[in-house]
Design a protein around this ligand. Structure first.
Ligand SMILES: [Zn+2]
Length: 82
């Protein structure tokens, strides 16, 4: 397909995706996506996202659990870091 942003060509790749479901964050590996070869924009098929929701809603194997920091970038702006 053609990238909506830069008109570049996309190619099918397996990527890592952050995915929210019912207030919970999941990191998914090996998700099929169309990735723009020019700008790197990623496109996921609605079918793929629906399948992920269904898979996560059932009992599924968990590879690892991560602690995730939630950081407001306002503090960095106040400190003029960004
Ligand atoms: Zn692009």
């Amino acid at each position: 397909m053609k990238c909506e942003f830069c008109d570049g060509e996309t190619t099918n790749k397996k990527v890592k995706r952050q995915h929210w479901l019912k207030g919970k964050l999941y990191i998914l590996e090996d998700v099929s996506a169309e990735v723009c070869t020019e700008c790197g924009e990623r496109y996921f098929h609605a079918k793929t996202l629906d399948a992920i929701d269904r898979y996560l809603s059932k009992t599924h194997p968990v590879k690892a659990n991560l602690n995730v920091e939630v950081v407001s970038i306002n503090q960095a702006l106040a400190e003029s870091i960004l």
